[in-house]
Design a protein around this ligand. Structure first.
Ligand SMILES: [Zn+2]
Length: 353
């Protein structure tokens, strides 16, 4: 059986542009409603750092209350709500109607373990407080790093374990970033699909024999290694132009570093890179093909959790997403279930015993 996990990163744009209602609340309402109409349960990875910062300002207080209401509703309806942190929000300043984020804090990984722990603990506490009034019990045990940055691994592994995080879902095989803001290289990641207990020294590797390494499992974002030319779909080009029209300062070094593959015009078409199973960016045909590739690895008597990703700000193509879920229901209902991350992780761990 395959447990497909639909994760939605719940956030506005990296440089602080975008609107809480248009880029988080409304698209997430549509996303959850489509999931519910197709019998699917989703997982929201909530960027807590931005919500905590916004909640401190009267300008945003009402919208943040709406966000919190939406998170409670999602949890009550059986969806998963888990922790995502973009640390550049921790020291962000709001000035003349514009956010100035702290681009020296693009990753938690370079901080001391105790400092990372402090940030994870307070962010977890925010989710616990928001979901506390719910009738369903809530546990925050899964994490996705801001901008997928899990290297260097040592300090963040320590912090995740000490704060009770048991699952990470940040890695996508073949993913790479070499910018002044962060550096990671997942070329050698254990798998593009199978989970692994990750080494405290390097998230790419597994050290199943060490007790320390068995404390946190990586459930990677499913990816395939494809030539740049195969990224040139109308959908991706539209989404890219939409980002350019929303971002206030597209000359900022941080913004350009995120889009570095796009500015590398030669590499754009020829080089291979990771194509994630992204239900906002992939066409229906791309998603269908990836599912066919995943199904070939369906464990007959085991359980395979597979992570797909999307972002609330990119959730534009509602019809493609609905078509994808209906396709899964019509063709694969006997071997693919769409379940929350923590449910899939538990089933996977039980199947290994
Ligand atoms: Zn994010």
């Amino acid at each position: 059986m395959i447990g497909l996990i639909l994760t939605l990163d719940y956030e506005i744009y990296a440089d602080g542009t975008g609107s809480i209602y248009d880029h988080m609340i409304k698209p997430t309402e549509d996303f959850l409603s489509i999931c519910e109409s197709c019998g699917a349960k989703a997982t929201l990875f909530v960027d807590v750092a931005e919500l905590v910062k916004m909640r401190q300002l009267s300008t945003f207080i009402n919208e943040v209350k709406e966000v919190e209401y939406q998170l409670r509703g999602a949890h009550e309806n059986g969806h998963d709500v888990q922790l995502h942190i973009h640390p550049w929000w921790f020291n962000a300043k709001f000035n003349k109607g514009k956010w100035n984020i702290d681009d020296t804090m693009s990753t938690l990984c370079h901080l001391h373990s105790a400092t990372i722990s402090k940030y994870i603990r307070s962010s977890k506490q925010y989710l616990l407080d928001v979901l506390e009034p719910c009738t369903r019990k809530y546990s925050c045990i899964a994490f996705r790093a801001g901008a997928w940055s899990m290297m260097p691994t040592r300090n963040i592994h320590n912090a995740l374990v000490s704060e009770g995080i048991k699952i990470d879902s940040s890695v996508f095989k073949w993913g790479k970033a070499h910018t002044p803001y962060m550096t990671y290289d997942y070329s050698n990641a254990f798998s593009n699909m199978y989970p692994w207990f990750f080494s405290p020294h390097n998230v790419n590797y597994t050290e199943e024999s060490s007790k320390e390494a068995r404390s946190c499992i990586e459930i990677p974002i499913y990816a395939e290694y494809q030539r740049g030319i195969r990224f040139l779909t109308k959908k991706r080009i539209f989404l890219m132009s939409r980002i350019k029209s929303t971002i206030v300062d597209d000359k900022s070094p941080m913004y350009r570093s995120f889009l570095s593959p796009v500015y590398d015009k030669v590499g754009l078409l020829i080089k291979r890179r990771a194509k994630k199973l992204d239900f906002c960016k992939c066409t229906f045909r791309e998603m269908k093909k990836m599912i066919e590739n995943i199904v070939k690895h369906n464990p007959q008597d085991g359980y395979l959790p597979v992570v797909a990703i999307g972002h609330s700000k990119d959730f534009i193509y509602r019809d493609d997403f609905r078509r994808f879920l209906l396709f899964l229901r019509s063709n694969y209902a006997d071997i693919i279930e769409i379940v929350p991350l923590t449910t899939a992780a538990n089933k996977y761990l039980l199947s290994m015993k």
